[in-house]
Design a protein around this ligand. Structure first.
Ligand code: GDP
Ligand code: ZN
Length: 458
């Protein structure tokens, strides 16, 4: 039976910037060799690792410097030829490498598909396979639907529509300026530009918001538990892990064992970053000061800040509040089974509008409320992955951010009453940036398009 070659990003979770694109199947080696500059991978011995570069076949540019492990069947996890491309440039680079590999005829692996193949080829038994697959599925089902949707072209369709809107606006403005039929043509054009810019802006902002959720679904929410010693951080971590079944993925037989730890709280995957699972910060502020702790904590998507109900609010607590100002955090007031010594009014004042949850972890009280708060913080209620267009590619997200900025510039220009041909520069730029997302090279200038689509016939 003919099997195809599958690929996926397989990233060890942690502080390290290394990410891996893994391929398995009869063409794993030839597909990689096609885009690899370095040794001829077709000739190298099994279970060897090679330094080289991944070349984008379209642009001929170097996409990434990599270390490639080549493992030939049958002594591999899947018992097929397996290649692992180690990228050092983080998620941006690894996304690009994955795209390139996909363009060479590999297929995006389904959740657990590597494991399924290992099982089908007798490499592991069913119970092992099931265990691994359950764990993987819990983590990746949603992530996979994100990827599939993007491949579906929903994003492209939306981007095309937005570009068309911008293009028509520019065209109309040009026509109005060149063929004024009314005295107030300038004003009308301004209005039209403003309305369209706002409409497109709203959609771009929405895409970016959803992109944030998409990233979380893919990578898990980097979560830090902070608080003074003894407030209950470890207890909180244990509770979350027990209640939500820590997901530990261990894929044996590959060049390294990859261990990922997640807990899924109401559909929100929390990424447990260090050995203990969660980055536990005891005296970070004491050690490195408010400003630097802030820099460190900024890397978290979510901070769980634990306070002790049974102790007065200390200077250190106040410093921690300062360090996390403006970040996404939830305050947890723990040990409510003990006597109150904490100044709650002051806590409410410091936390401002952030969620505050009251718990007694020894009595297992308040845990549901905490889980609800976590879910709410990121999804404003229940997650519905069915109906949204996701942007899960880092390059796309960056382009969208630039487009958003360009639109803001355009709208500001309109507010300031700048001439339309000036504002138009920002609108055109937005159009170009969106074009880069769907791979419309800027070879056709906007003006060429205007002529071909609207026959201005000047
Ligand atoms: P950490 O130092 O912040 O990680 O705090 P731990 O989780 O290690 O907890 C410190 C101590 O407080 C342990 O003896 C816990 O059993 C206890 N503790 C944790 N939560 C509660 C609680 O809600 N009530 C009471 N009375 N004790 C708690
Ligand atoms: Zn602890």
């Amino acid at each position: 039976m003919e099997t195809d070659t599958i690929t996926a990003i397989s990233t060890p979770i942690g502080e390290g910037a290394i990410a891996i694109v893994r391929l398995s199947g009869p063409k794993a080696i030839s597909i990689t060799a096609n885009v690899f500059k370095g040794k001829n991978l077709g000739d190298v011995a099994s279970h060897t690792i090679h330094y080289g570069k991944i070349i984008d076949p379209e642009t001929k540019e170097v996409a990434e410097e990599v270390m490639v492990s080549v493992m030939r069947a049958p002594k591999t996890f899947t018992r097929e030829d397996v290649v692992e491309i180690n990228c050092h440039g983080g998620m941006v680079a690894v996304n690009r490498v994955l795209e390139i590999i996909l363009s060479q005829g590999a297929r995006l692996a389904e959740p657990g598909e590597f494991t399924k193949r290992a099982f089908l080829h007798g490499r592991i038994d069913l119970s092992q396979a099931e265990a691994v697959m359950d764990l993987i599925r819990a983590k990746t089902d949603k992530a996979m639907s994100v990827a599939l949707k993007q491949m579906d072209g929903r994003l492209s369709a939306l981007i095309r529509r937005l570009r068309q809107d911008l293009l028509e606006t520019v065209a109309h403005v040009e026509v109005n300026i060149d063929y004024p039929e009314y005295d107030d043509v300038e004003e009308m054009s301004h209005d039209m530009m403003r309305t369209k810019s706002k409409e497109v802006y709203k959609e771009v902002v929405e895409l970016l918001q959803v992109a944030k959720q998409g990233k979380i679904l893919r990578e898990g929410l980097a979560t830090a538990i902070i608080g003074r010693p003894n407030v209950g951080k470890s207890s909180l971590m244990n509770t979350l892990v027990q209640e939500n079944k820590a997901i530990v993925t261990e894929v044996p037989g590959t060049t390294r064992d990859i261990i990922e730890e997640y807990v899924s709280v109401r559909g929100v995957p929390l990424r447990l970053v260090d050995t203990a699972g969660i980055r536990e910060t005891e005296d970070i502020v004491e050690k490195i000061g408010v400003e630097r702790s802030r820099q460190v904590l900024k890397e978290s998507d979510l901070i769980l800040f634990v306070l002790n109900y049974n102790d007065v609010l200390s200077e250190e607590d106040e410093k921690l509040f300062k360090a996390i100002e403006g970040l996404d955090y939830i305050v947890i007031i723990n040990k409510t089974d003990l006597e109150q010594k904490l100044d709650l009014d002051r806590v409410y004042e410091l936390a401002a509008e952030k969620p505050i949850v009251i718990t007694s972890l020894v009595k297992e009280e308040g845990v549901n409320e905490l889980e609800e708060a976590i879910a709410k913080t990121f999804f404003a209620g229940d997650i519905d992955t069915g109906d949204l267009t996701y942007v899960s590619n880092v390059r796309h997200i960056q382009l969208l951010k630039q487009a958003k900025q360009a639109l803001e510039d355009a709208m500001e220009g309109l507010e300031l009453g700048l001439p339309l041909d000036v504002v138009q520069i920002d609108v055109t730029r937005t159009w170009e940036l969106l074009g880069e997302i769907i791979g419309d090279t800027a070879s056709d200038s906007l003006i060429d398009q205007l002529f071909s689509q609207f026959c201005l016939g000047k």
